[in-house]
Design a protein around this ligand. Structure first.
Ligand SMILES: [Zn+2]
Length: 236
């Protein structure tokens, strides 16, 4: 379900001109009324009366975890059986998020004792909009990778995401510390031929690019392939 958020509290359509003018003048001298404050200027809303945080099940984790349009993840209350055979009820709990090197917020989701890390932005958009179309990725409209409100997320192309990050001045590629995939640009993860020319190209992504060039059906898997190349390159 998509929740439409009102940027500003718009006056009702049948409001008289006089009243609108009065309100307009009044507003400039009044402290902003919290109930009419734009959601975009708020921190993550916790318990507000003006905006109800909407929770959706996380696809593939139904009955275990939910994610909200404010970018929070919680476990769902459920009964589990302990090793000693005793039933035990797990309560609703909002998960603690941690940050990756690339600045993204992550959570670990657990099933059968095994934890899997997920980017919160991916969970939010998957639960409220749907799966990521092939060749696209999650983009943060305002360039803040920690702002995972649904209203700040969209699916777009890699190229658009890079354009965004250049515009927001957060392009890791331009800063030359990490490639756009978040791989550290340091030996041995550098393409030797570009190094001579003064360039710093991510070896993992470069290998993944050649790989998907000859395995076109694996293109949607590019990220995972690049990450696994990066893992094997940096593995001691
Ligand atoms: Zn890379």
């Amino acid at each position: 379900m998509l929740v439409t958020q009102r940027r500003n509290a718009a006056p009702p359509g049948n409001m008289s001109t006089a009243r609108t003018a009065y309100e307009g003048a009044g507003n400039t001298h009044r402290r902003p009324n919290p109930s009419t404050l734009s959601r975009s200027v708020r921190a993550v809303p916790k318990h507000t009366h003006t905006h109800v945080e909407t929770w959706n099940p996380i696809p593939g984790w139904e009955g275990y975890y939910e994610v909200s349009d404010a970018g929070r993840v919680r476990s769902v209350s459920r009964s589990i059986t302990r090793d000693n055979g005793r039933p035990y009820t797990v309560g609703v709990r909002v998960l603690t998020q941690y940050s990756t090197k690339s600045g993204h917020r992550c959570v670990k989701l657990y099933r059968d004792g095994e934890g899997t890390p997920y980017g919160v932005h991916r969970l939010v958009i998957a639960a409220f909009i749907g799966p990521c179309p092939a060749g696209m990725e999650v983009c943060h409209d305002n360039g803040d990778a920690t702002d995972n409100r649904l209203s700040n997320l969209r699916y777009d192309t890699r190229a658009a995401n890079i354009r965004d990050s250049v515009r927001h001045g957060t392009n890791h590629w331009a800063n030359k510390t990490h490639c756009p995939r978040g791989h550290a640009l340091e030996a041995p993860n550098l393409v030797p031929s570009t190094l001579k020319a003064g360039g710093r190209t991510c070896l993992a992504c470069s290998r993944a690019q050649s790989y998907v060039k000859y395995h076109k059906h694996l293109k949607p898997e590019f990220k995972q392939i690049a990450d696994s190349y990066h893992h094997s390159i940096t593995e001691v």
